[in-house]
Design a protein around this ligand. Structure first.
Ligand code: AMP
Ligand code: ZN
Length: 120
């Protein structure tokens, strides 16, 4: 791994949450992923699901590193139940500046707790 890549990871807020350097309100954790409450909720229930491994965004996914994404989705319903989402939820991911991504460590917003509006 190059110096630039190491610097990005050392600076990454979600890598720091994954390694415990920055605290979070965790709802699920295993060896590959973590789910925690979003610090600025955009819905009554707003969870962020991340791989522990640093992957910048959907744009950085490939055949080699994408197994963890299936793993995250395989745990989503269990996480949704844990936080009391009994009537459905929405999972979104923002990619790149035009997609509204602000943290460049791939993550999935799991939101619910009310009827969410239509989305494009
Ligand atoms: P995005 O804008 O799609 O990149 O999403 C990043 C999300 O991370 C936003 O919803 C932020 O509120 C959330 N966030 C940023 N820092 C933290 C933190 N320390 N703990 C929990 N959520 C965070
Ligand atoms: Zn990271």
């Amino acid at each position: 791994m190059g110096r630039k890549a190491i610097a990005i990871i050392m600076d990454c807020v979600f890598c720091k949450i994954a390694d415990g350097t920055i605290p979070s309100k965790k709802v699920y954790e295993d060896d590959k992923m973590l789910a925690f409450y979003d610090i600025e909720p955009a819905a009554p229930v707003h969870i962020v699901m991340i791989p522990k491994e640093h992957i910048a965004s959907v744009d950085a996914l490939s055949e080699e590193n994408s197994d963890v994404i299936a793993h995250i989705f395989s745990k989503a319903s269990e996480i949704a139940r844990t936080v009391g989402l009994k009537n459905g939820y929405r999972i979104t991911t923002n990619c790149g500046p035009d997609g509204g991504q602000t943290v460049f460590h791939i993550h999935f917003h799991l939101m619910g707790g009310k009827t969410l509006g239509k989305m494009a």
